[in-house]
Design a protein around this ligand. Structure first.
Ligand code: BES
Ligand code: MN
Ligand code: ZN
Length: 494
């Protein structure tokens, strides 16, 4: 998809479809009046007849427009004027694009941001616009054998902005494209079935990404090297699996040579059966998404490389399967992590923290200015926050505030949750330095506290994305989150 910014003063070019926003119970906006006038009153006739009320997400196509530069006009509801802002704006673009995708329109021109969107400057209005168009056009690569519906013809998308906003808007297009590319990469990887997306597959994807972008380097370590590093905690998770583990190390070099990098550590469990602490069958297929943290690191790298962000980032992805077998780790087994700390594995289904703690320890060799781990870590986080916010945990006030602000701006929100000694103490073990689980209570917090024990002296945050990374039910699939949050934070972190 090609996006271009059009200055409102110069918006006279012919277009297959003009997208115009209508507010509920309000007069036509400036831009709607302009398109209406050019089309000889096509919009006001519809509104006068009472055919379209402007409710959020609703669309009303006017086809066969005979006058003016647009062959079609698509009215999109923006809801009430007082409720208008980022969410209804994004929804309007999403709905408009879904309609466009079903038509033969090859290009479109959106007027939805031309009168400004409350709470957004032109940069964010355009960036959100680009992301929403791409989200609406995303198709999961599937293995369905039935004939596929035709692909959308839409290939050019113009965004009209006030003349003075053109420069900000251009930056919005650039960053929106980058974020969309990252989101699409995350979705593509996370939606793959676990018999395709194995640790070795992810390793190949890392090399492919490095080949595509000169600014990215990829290194892949196998079992022998992982053992040599002393990652006994990581390796304990792989014992039951026939698939060999991998440690993927990505490096993005966009900053100065000596600039301390940010480290992103992603959970790459390509399938989580629970191991000997086997999960219940219902919904177990969704545990193919247990590598969403890893996929979000890929996505963030894709985005910042596309954008050319001026900073250095390392990505650390421990990846393996969690399977039961005769050689699998058993409840009560004690393992030694790379940090030297010993861990009593009381529940083999709490495996994410076991691979992440070694990933966090490994990140120290890069002397990072911040370390953020991203993981579908706990069902408890899904119970606490549902799908709308991911959980954000950090003892570092500044880092926590920066990440939660980024989530707000990126429309990919994170809710800060507590960590503290009272919770960390629940991980006491009679036989090792710590246990990998505490009781049922505060499960998302005690999981975060486990990782905290390995982040001493680091500026560290943890994102529990178990509820936000993918949808279940009839819309089952990866959401691409938290790529927008991560990229927004990285772009502001320099
Ligand atoms: N991958 C799961 C967490 C998860 C659960 C993600 C549901 C998405 C949806 C993780 O490895 C896990 O199994 N966690 C356990 C921890 C428990 C044993 C302390 C959980 O949440 O039940
Ligand atoms: Mn598990
Ligand atoms: Zn898991």
């Amino acid at each position: 998809m090609q996006f271009h910014v059009i200055k409102s003063g110069a918006a006279r070019k012919p277009t297959a479809c003009a997208i115009v926003g209508i507010h509920e119970n309000a007069a036509m906006s400036e831009s709607a009046r302009r398109v209406d006038r050019a089309s000889g009153g096509a919009i006001s006739r519809v509104l006068k007849r009472g055919d379209f009320a402007g409710r959020s997400m609703e669309t009303f196509p006017i086809v066969g427009v005979r006058r003016g530069p647009a062959q079609r006009i698509l009215l999109v509801g923006l809801g009430t004027k007082s409720g208008f802002g980022r969410k209804p704006y994004r929804r309007a673009i999403f709905a408009a694009t879904q309609w466009l995708a079903k038509t033969g329109a090859g290009n479109a021109m959106s007027w939805l941001a031309a009168d400004g969107v409350p709470g957004l400057d032109a940069y964010y209005a355009v960036r959100h616009g680009v992301e929403s168009v791409n989200n609406a056009l995303y198709r999961t690569p599937d293995l369905k054998t039935a004939k596929k519906p035709p692909l959308p013809k839409l290939s050019k998308f113009g965004i009209v902005v006030a003349d003075a906003d053109a420069e900000l808007a251009e930056r919005g297009v650039r960053d929106g494209r980058g974020i969309s590319a990252g989101v699409a990469l995350m979705k593509n990887l996370a939606n793959l079935p676990a018999n395709v997306c194995t640790p070795s597959y992810l390793a190949d994807a890392a090399k492919a990404l490095a080949k595509e972008h000169k600014s990215i380097g990829a290194r892949v370590l196998g079992r022998g090297e992982i053992k040599e590093l002393g990652m006994g905690s990581f390796l304990s998770v792989t014992r039951g699996s026939e698939e060999p583990p991998r440690l993927i190390v990505l490096e993005y070099r966009g900053g100065k040579k000596g600039d301390a990098p940010v480290a992103l550590v992603g959970k790459g469990i390509t399938f989580d059966t629970g191991g000997i602490s086997l999960k219940q069958p219902p919904g177990m297929d969704e545990m193919k998404f247990d590598m969403s943290g890893a996929a979000s690191v890929f996505g963030a790298f894709k985005a910042i490389a596309t954008i050319g962000a001026p900073l250095n980032v390392v990505g650390i992805i421990p990846t393996c399967e969690n399977m039961p077998s005769g050689s699998a780790t058993k409840p009560g087994d004690i393992v030694t992590s790379m940090s030297g700390k010993t861990i009593e594995v009381l529940n083999t289904d709490a495996e994410g923290r076991l691979i992440l703690c070694d990933g966090i320890t490994y990140s120290r060799r890069f002397k990072p200015r911040a370390v953020v781990d991203i993981a579908t870590l706990t069902g408890a986080c899904v119970i606490a926050l549902g799908a709308h916010y991911c959980g954000l945990f950090s003892p570092d006030e500044k880092l926590a505030a920066a990440i939660s602000d980024a989530g707000e701006r990126a429309d990919d929100r994170a809710w800060r949750m507590p960590i503290g000694e009272e919770y960390a103490e629940l991980l006491k073990s009679n036989f090792a330095d710590l246990a990998n689980v505490a009781g049922r209570e505060a499960g998302a917090i005690t999981a975060a506290c486990f990782l905290w024990r390995f982040a001493d002296g680091l500026s560290w945050a943890h994102l529990d994305i178990a509820g936000s990374a993918y949808l279940t039910g009839s819309h089952k699939g990866s959401t691409g989150r938290p790529v927008p949050l991560l990229v927004d934070w990285l772009l502001h972190s320099g």
